[in-house]
Design a protein around this ligand. Structure first.
Ligand SMILES: [Zn+2]
Ligand SMILES: [Zn+2]
Length: 374
């Protein structure tokens, strides 16, 4: 099969790799239908995520068809059409019992990190029963794909951790795909203002289209003064930091008002300065984390109810085999006006009950090899 392999900083290749095999009875093997690139993949490419070793197949967001189930899998069958979320979890360890699925003893963010990922034709997915989500019949598959990471991340790590509430003034620092997903998710809770701050005019345009009430281009460094003027010098109720840079973290601390809640989604490659000397007087709360992906079922319901359409986050579409080209484009996201780039297997189609021919061939091949091995 073909897969996108990380070969060390700055080096990736779409190349032949052996077919993945089940590692545990609780695993399933899937044929990738759609996958997408993530800012995290770019961080890997820069060598900024130390857990990702050269030789790793990367990618952690996909929709797929199950082609083989382990003997311990009870809730999924061959042919099921599923969302593969970036976080997998066992459902039984102490962390999972507390609802901290991203800190699972046997899970968390493994796919495309410490185990092979989903920017490939096939992938082995652990803890299938407690990690995968069936895509409802008739649902647009691209909409479902957006639930593999960015919409749950914006909702859980941003909006829910910062406790966005009715009437709040919310500032979102960074209007890349996850920032835009955060802007979409914040609207579920009825804030009065959503202020999007970025350096890129196209992304701010998208932010406006997706629900930001004010957009601020901080290329001139004027965001602090503008936010303070907008809020009568009091600062905002909620800041959601989605960049992971010293500059945005600093701005977040300066615009947060008394009793403010700050959520940090951005991934920092090193520690940044925190102004405890100022913040303690303001009674602020700071939270951060990794997506648990436990909101996927409710988000599927919201799509079905017509209250969520995350397809507005998608800017480009390519066949899966053109993934190297997609990376080139994504690396120059500002110039190319790239947000989410969807990569589809040749035979990926709207949801259908039929199992495609490649899956049938694969299953027959596996049965034959098991018979041969005796
Ligand atoms: Zn991602
Ligand atoms: Zn667990």
């Amino acid at each position: 099969m073909k897969a996108l392999v990380y070969h060390g900083p700055g080096r990736i290749a779409w190349e032949d790799r052996p077919m993945p095999v089940l590692r545990e009875p609780t695993d399933v093997l899937v044929k990738i239908s759609k996958t997408t690139l993530c800012g995290t993949d770019l961080a890997i490419l820069k060598g900024g995520i130390r857990t990702v070793q050269p030789g790793r197949i990367i990618g952690h967001e996909a929709t797929a068809r199950i082609v083989e189930v382990g003997s311990g899998v009870t809730d999924f069958r061959v042919g099921d059409h599923v969302i593969v979320p970036c976080t997998t979890s066992c459902g039984r360890c102490p962390a999972c019992r507390k609802g901290l699925f991203s800190s699972c003893d046997r899970g968390g963010w493994l796919i495309g990190n410490t185990i092979d990922g989903v920017q490939a034709e096939f992938a082995c997915i652990p803890c299938a029963d407690t990690s995968l989500h069936r895509i409802p019949a008739g649902m647009d598959e691209e909409a479902a794909l957006m639930l593999a990471d960015i919409i749950p991340t914006g909702l859980e790590v941003g909006v829910q951790k910062a406790e966005v509430s009715l009437g709040d003034t919310v500032a979102v620092l960074g209007a890349g795909p996850v920032g835009l997903a955060t802007i979409i998710a914040a609207q579920f809770y009825g804030p009065s203002e959503i202020i999007a701050i970025d350096l890129d005019a196209n992304r701010l345009e998208a932010a406006k289209r997706l629900g930001a009430t004010t957009v601020i281009d901080n290329s001139d460094g004027g965001a602090l003064a503008k936010v303070m003027a907008m809020t009568g010098g009091r600062g905002v109720d909620v800041v959601i930091e989605v960049v992971g840079s010293p500059a945005t973290f600093d701005l977040a601390q300066r615009i947060i008002g008394a009793g403010g809640r700050m959520a940090n989604i951005g991934i920092f490659s090193k520690s940044v300065e925190m102004h405890n000397d100022i913040l303690w007087l303001r009674n602020i709360t700071l939270r951060m984390g990794v997506v648990n992906a436990n909101t996927v079922p409710v988000l599927l319901k919201m799509i079905q109810a017509g209250k969520l359409d995350p397809r507005g986050l998608i800017s480009h579409r390519f066949p899966l085999g053109e993934i190297e080209h997609a990376y080139e484009l994504f690396k120059n996201a500002a110039r190319e006006q790239a947000m989410k780039i969807v990569l589809s297997a040749d035979d990926s189609a709207p949801p259908t009950e039929a199992i495609d021919e490649q899956v049938v061939q694969y299953v027959v091949g596996r049965i034959m090899s098991v018979l041969r091995e005796g």
